[in-house]
Design a protein around this ligand. Sequence first.
Ligand code: COA
Length: 331
Amino acid sequence: MQTPMPIVEIAGTGRFLPDNVVTNDDLAKRMDTSDEWIQTRTGIRERRIAPPELWAAQMGTEAARKAMEKAGVEPGEVDILIVSTATPDRWLPSTACDMQSLIGCDNALAFDLMAACTGHLYALTMAEGYIAAGRGEVALVVAAEKMSAIMDWDDRSTAVLFGDGAGAAVVRKADGSGRGILSSHHRSDGKLAELLYRPGGGAVEPLSQTVLDEGRHLLKMEGREIFKNAVRSMAEACDLALQKAGLTASDIDLLVPHQANIRIIEATAKYAGIPMDKVYVNVDRYGNMSSATVPIAFDEAIEQGRLGPGSTAMTVAFGAGLTWGAMTIRL
Ligand code: COA
C-alpha cells in the first residue's frame, strides 16, 4: 500500500507543566507507599501538581500560546479550538470556551472533547476531518489536565500514578510536501466503562453529601484489568495505523506513547517491534497526565531533536472509556 498524502500537518507544538514537583518520597510521607514500590511497578519518580488556583484552561492557554508562536499563527486565524480534558474546570461552559477567551481566538468555534487519555489523538483526527471538509484551515488542539483535582488522595493504588500538565498542537492544511498525519486508527469499548471511572457527581448520581463522604466523585480504577487491556489495544492500534500508512515498524523514527506506566510502554513497544531507544519516555518525570501526556512528550521530543523535519513518528494512547488509538505522522 502506498503512503497516503496527508490532509493536515502539525505546524507547531507547545507544553506547560506546573512548577510544583511531588516526588515518590513526598507521597510516602502521606500514604502507605514507597519510592521503591512506585518506581518498580510504574517507572514514575515524580509528578507535577498544580496549585488550587491554577485552572486547566490556564495551563492549556500557556501550552497553546507556545504552539501558536512556533506555528506563526495569530489567535484570530484559529478556525476551531478543540480541548481534550477529563478534568473540566467547570461543568458549564466547556473548558474550551474559557480557553478561547484567554487566548482571544474570537473567530473560532470551541468545544471540549472527552476521550480520557486518548483525547489528544481523537482531537487531532476531529481537527483533520474539519479541515478536510473545507470548514477551516487552522485548528488549535489542546490537552489540559488537572488530574490532582479528581484523585482520591487516600487511595494509594491510583494517587501515585497521575500528574497535571497541558500540551498543544496547531494543525494546519498540509502543503502537499507529504508532511502531516499519514494514518490513524481509533476505537472505544463502552462495555468496559467501569474499569476506570468516576461513579458520582454527574447527572446519574448528582453531588450530595453521601457522594462526597464516600468519595464517589473521585477516580476509581481496576489497575490489573486496565493494564492488560492497555497493552492489547495499543499493540493492535499500532499494527493498524502502520498498515493504513503503508509503513512497517522499521520506518518509525520515534514512538511517542501515552505515558501511564513504563511496563505498559515497554510491552507495547516490544509488540510493535520498536526498540526502546526509539521510544520517547518521560513517565518518570511527570506520571500519567491523561490526554496531555502525548502532546507534552511530542513537544519535548521535537525540542530535543529526536523528531525533526522529515522524521516519521507513531503515537499511541489508551484510556478510560475504554478508548484507544494510534497515528502515524511525518514531520
Ligand atoms: N504502594 C504500595 N503498595 C501498593 C500501592 C502503592 N502505591 N498500590 C497498590 N499496592 C499494593 C496492592 O494493595 C497489592 O497488595 P496486596 O498484594 O497485599 O493486595 C500489591 O501492591 C500489588 O498490587 P497489584 O494491583 O497487583 O499491582 P500491579 O503490579 O498490578 O501494579 C498498577 C498496580 C496500578 C501500577 C498497575 O496495575 C497498572 O499500572 N495498571 C494500569 C493503570 C493505568 O495505567 N491506568 C491509567 C490508564 S490510562
